[in-house]
Design a protein around this ligand. Structure first.
Ligand code: ADP
Ligand code: MG
Length: 659
């Protein structure tokens, strides 16, 4: 259907209306006696009422008006979009674009219900942002709307207005090519709606969020958002290259994002995932800075949000959130973007695939990024501290590891085996023994005494150490901070945070690389469940067994649990099994058990790690640094804080005015 061919949808609407008002299909008055005291005949709603009902769904608040108008501008191929608001958008929203414009004879259709120039032949192949032909008539039914537009071929512009559903005649107007849509007095025609508005500040910030969200997907379009009710947001056009995308993201997220982000690029079964995620130490207190797009359309989707949380579960505490920009590209036939009129929800045909792709790609990227701490972003001296990766980036993580290996062998550190297959043998207190000895102060030499070490820096082993990512340990200060030196920087390590992380990674490796020890229950515990849940659990019984949970079918609608993971101790088996069933139903994975075990590992790691205040010998400090280099994710502690910071020699020289 093409709304631009005169009449189309409108005629059908009238046809529909005539059929509905036919008295022959009215029910007999007695049919509803119990429900209605006064029987009413069925009548067709007025067009304005229909539009107002639609507006109730599509136009929730000023930000929804902005979203619809900006999407229209982008669908019209605009390269510049200017947005002005007043009174939080309730008094005024004006969007001006330089797009294709609307021909004068189509202005009336643009504000008629179900009239669109965009719908493809197939509802499953939607490539524009709009497609319902609902936004303009909905807005026009609850506000005062005017559209002024001029096409490339048009000699002059034309204008149409609609106020609370009443349409005015098309008039000539003066304008450049493109379209200006002005919405005044939003919800004046539906005062009940007005009561739900949260106040100017909240509405303004919801609008900013909408504009940023869309702008990230259209880097080659220039956006401005201004008005008496806000500070101006200006996003100059970049371009559609990967680099241009990142520059647009930086305009929205802040200039320090690219320095603290890891690129994601992964493909699985025809689904492509690209974008950036922050390193863990660059986290936020809420998830507002998580942007997701499906085939270029901004979405807010529970599945995607959950997958991001899952991917970061190991490196961030529950109340911290990564900053993410993720673009999913997939065949439009296997994703439904048509779920809700506000179009923020999507439904994937294969949710497990999408979740697995996101979790897998982010985890891999985090692991490959290796140790890396955040830039502080603070002013003054702290601004000179660089992420660990800065020195690391040049040889690349792989080289960094290799040079570590060489160094480690050359200097022959004992008791530290970096093999992931033997994580429990690494010799830290509380896990194995050796390495860090408590109360071994006599053996400790630090501070100025290390000048000896510094001189020894001329020997071969120490020379190699300077070339590693975290360098050669020189001193321990305040009984918790290891000061190390690389060829071109000074590194400060928080030994407690670093060690806690290392122990956690080691424990987790042990858990996931071999079967977890289990304990037999004296009597098997029978858990009654809906049949589908019992079925699902039985299907995953082999995986569950790897985690130490022995489970089998026990007739229809029940399972028997014979073994539980020893680490869980006395556990509520019924609750565990039900949570697992829910988890599997939701995600088709067994995250719950894995998550529980990981949390136990984290708790044990905290108890087992070197407390601050422990004095360390030089070789112990160096061993800790080497272990950090070899352990993915060790740049942040279990709570998402950096485990070390790095100050470049050049920056130190600048601080002293030598440069
Ligand atoms: P939809 O976007 O779903 O088609 P709308 O009610 O938002 O529905 O818009 C109706 C029609 O008006 C669009 O299909 C388009 O043809 C036209 N239109 C709206 N805004 C613009 C604009 N800024 N530039 C060009 N055409 C526009
Ligand atoms: Mg639209």
């Amino acid at each position: 259907m093409s709304g631009r061919t005169e009449g189309g949808a409108k005629d059908r609407y009238r046809l529909h209306s005539a059929a509905c008002s036919s008295s022959s299909i009215s029910p007999s008055p007695t049919a509803h006696e119990s429900a209605y005291s006064v029987p009413m005949p069925i009548r067709q709603l007025s067009e304005t009422m229909i539009n107002q009902i639609a507006a109730g769904e599509v136009i929730e608040r000023p930000a929804s008006v902005v979203k619809e108008l900006v999407e229209n501008a982008l669908d019209a191929g605009a390269s510049r979009v200017e947005i002005v608001t007043a009174g939080g958008g309730l008094n005024l929203v004006r969007v001006t674009d330089d797009g294709s414009g609307i021909p004068e004879k189509e202005l009336a259709l643009a504000i008629a219900r179900h009239c669109t120039s965009k719908l493809a032949e197939d509802i499953h192949d939607i490539r524009s942002l709009g497609f319902r032909g609902e936004a303009l008539p909905s807005i026009g039914s609850v506000a005062r709307l005017s559209i002024r537009s001029r096409t490339a071929s048009g000699d002059s512009a034309a204008e149409i207005g609609i106020e609370g559903g009443r349409v005015s005649a098309v008039k000539p107007a003066a304008a450049n090519r493109g379209t200006t849509v002005e919405v005044r007095d939003l919800f004046f025609a539906t005062p009940a709606r007005l009561k739900f508005m949260k106040g100017e500040r909240a509405e303004s910030s919801a609008t900013s969020d909408v504009v940023k969200r869309i702008a990230i997907a259209f880097p080659s379009v220039r956006f401005t958002l201004a008005g008496s009710d806000r500070s101006t947001l200006e996003l100059p056009a970049t371009d559609d290259s990967a680099e241009g995308h990142l520059r647009r993201v930086a305009q929205v997220m802040g200039a320090d994002f690219p320095d603290n982000a890891i690129a994601i690029d992964a493909m699985r079964d025809g689904v492509h995932l690209a974008g950036h995620v922050s390193i863990p130490s660059f986290s936020r207190a809420n998830a507002l800075q998580q942007y997701a797009y499906v085939n270029g359309r901004p979405v807010r989707d529970k599945l995607i949000a959950g997958a991001i949380r899952g991917a970061f579960a190991d490196v961030l505490p529950r109340d911290r959130h990564a900053v993410t920009v993720l673009f999913l590209t997939l065949d439009p036939a296997i994703v439904d973007v048509n779920v809700h009129p506000a179009k923020a929800d999507v439904r994937f045909r294969d949710p497990g695939l999408v979740r697995g792709l996101i979790v897998g790609a982010i985890r891999e990227a985090l692991a490959n990024a290796g140790i890396r701490a955040a830039t502080t972003g603070a002013a003054g001296m702290m601004a000179a501290f660089r992420p660990g990766a800065a020195s690391y980036a040049h040889p690349g993580p792989a080289n960094g590891h290799r040079s570590y290996e060489a160094a480690s062998r050359a200097s022959g550190f004992a008791g530290f085996d970096r093999s992931p297959q033997r994580p429990l043998d690494m010799g830290f207190d509380g896990v194995g023994n050796g390495g860090f000895r408590e109360n071994d102060q006599a053996a400790f030499d630090a501070g100025p005494l290390h000048s000896a070490d510094a001189r020894a820096g001329h020997n071969e082993a120490s020379e190699t150490l300077l070339g590693t990512a975290l360098g050669a340990a020189r001193a321990q200060v305040h009984e918790n901070y290891i000061v190390a030196q690389t060829r071109d920087s000074l590194v400060i390590v928080d030994q407690h945070a670093a060690h806690e992380r290392l122990v956690y990674e080691a424990l987790k490796n042990a858990l996931h690389s071999r079967a977890v020890p289990s304990q037999m229950l004296l009597l098997p515990e029978i858990v009654d469940l809906p049949e589908e849940d019992a079925e699902r659990l039985a299907f995953h019984s082999e995986t569950l067994a790897r985690f130490g949970l022995g489970i089998e079918r026990f007739g229809p609608g029940a399972v028997a649990v014979r073994e539980t993971p020893s680490m869980l101790g006395e556990t509520n088996v019924q609750q565990l099994v039900r949570d697992l069933a829910d988890e599997i139903a939701d995600n088709d994975t067994v995250e719950t058990l894995k998550g529980r075990l990981d949390r136990i590992a984290a708790t044990m790691a905290c108890h087992g790690s070197v407390r601050s205040g422990r004095l360390l010998k030089a070789d112990e400090m160096n061993a800790l640094l080497r272990q950090m280099e070899a352990t993915p994710g060790s740049g942040t502690c279990n709570h998402g804080r950096p485990t070390y910071i790095e100050l470049k020699l050049a920056d130190i020289e600048r601080l002293f005015g030598r440069r």
